[in-house]
Write a protein that binds this ligand. Structure first.
Ligand SMILES: NC(=O)c1ccc[n+]([C@@H]2O[C@H](COP(=O)([O-])OP(=O)(O)OC[C@H]3O[C@@H](n4cnc5c(N)ncnc54)[C@H](O)[C@@H]3O)[C@@H](O)[C@H]2O)c1
Length: 222
């Protein structure tokens, strides 16, 4: 949705005869309602706080976005809704990322902010993701790709993939207790000082992909 798919789009010529390129940021009320409900449901399963990010001070598409998200909030009185302009959100993510619990935003802002957020964790090897619609099935995967430059060297950080399984349990299957066990095992493994190369710092224990996985299993069983 949004500007990546909106029409009209294309190339043209302006009245000075200059070449132009153009795209359309467009959302229908029904689309925003659908996205907002998924976001409120996610926030409910997290810390109960939802921040809607837009550019409602200049974009009509964002004005409708804010209006609809605000309207849908009445269905979720247990979730605390706030709004933030995207330029401020980009700054706040770097300044104090912990202030956020769940963020809902349009396609292009989410595309950019999610990459920015990935660096806060230190490595893309740490970040799981879930693509969920109104009704399943969802798609759960680490945000990174196949890392061809380190393939077969036992160097990859497996935590993003392991945490994706936790997201599957939580958001796909609704088995929160099992998800929490996996998340706690990952936290414990990190607390025990184990690090793959991408997140290594002096004073921690450098391990490969296989060993990291084994340590998470140990923590899970303990
Ligand atoms: N979600 C997806 O399906 C997805 C996302 C990104 C890239 N890809 C695909 O993956 C392939 C490689 O793409 P790329 O190299 O641009 O991105 P990439 O995410 O595979 O790698 C980017 C950099 O991050 C490192 N990295 C990635 N995962 C890591 C991990 N778990 N532990 C440690 N380091 C890790 C890699 O070594 C590399 O230096 C391409 O075919 C691309 O299309 C798929």
């Amino acid at each position: 949705r949004g500007i990546y798919f909106g029409k009209p789009r294309g190339f043209g010529t302006n009245d000075k005869g200059e070449e132009t390129g153009f795209n359309t940021e467009i959302y229908s009320a029904a689309e925003i309602d659908r996205i907002a409900r998924v976001a409120f449901e996610v926030a409910r399963k997290r810390g109960g706080k939802l921040c809607s990010v837009d550019k409602a001070n200049v974009l009509e598409a964002s004005m409708l976005w804010r209006k609809r998200v605000t309207a849908i909030a009445s269905e979720f009185p247990d979730v605390e809704l706030s709004h933030m302009y995207v330029d401020n959100a980009a700054m706040q993510l770097v300044r104090n990322p912990k202030q956020f619990d769940t963020i809902v935003t349009n396609n292009i802002f989410g595309d950019i902010l999610s990459d920015e957020a990935s660096m806060i964790t230190g490595s893309i090897g740490m970040l799981p993701s879930a693509s969920v619609g109104e009704s399943g099935p969802g798609l759960f995967e680490p945000i990174h790709g196949s890392a061809p430059d380190i393939a077969g060297q036992d160097k990859a950080n497996p935590l993003a993939t392991i945490l994706s399984a936790a997201m599957l349990l939580k958001y796909g299957l609704g088995v929160e207790s099992a998800a929490k066990r996996i998340e706690a095992a990952v936290t414990e493994t990190l607390d025990n000082g184990f690090r793959t190369g991408d997140i290594y710092s002096p004073g921690t224990t450098l391990v490969g992909c296989k060993r990291m996985g084994e340590e998470v299993l140990k923590a899970l069983e303990s």
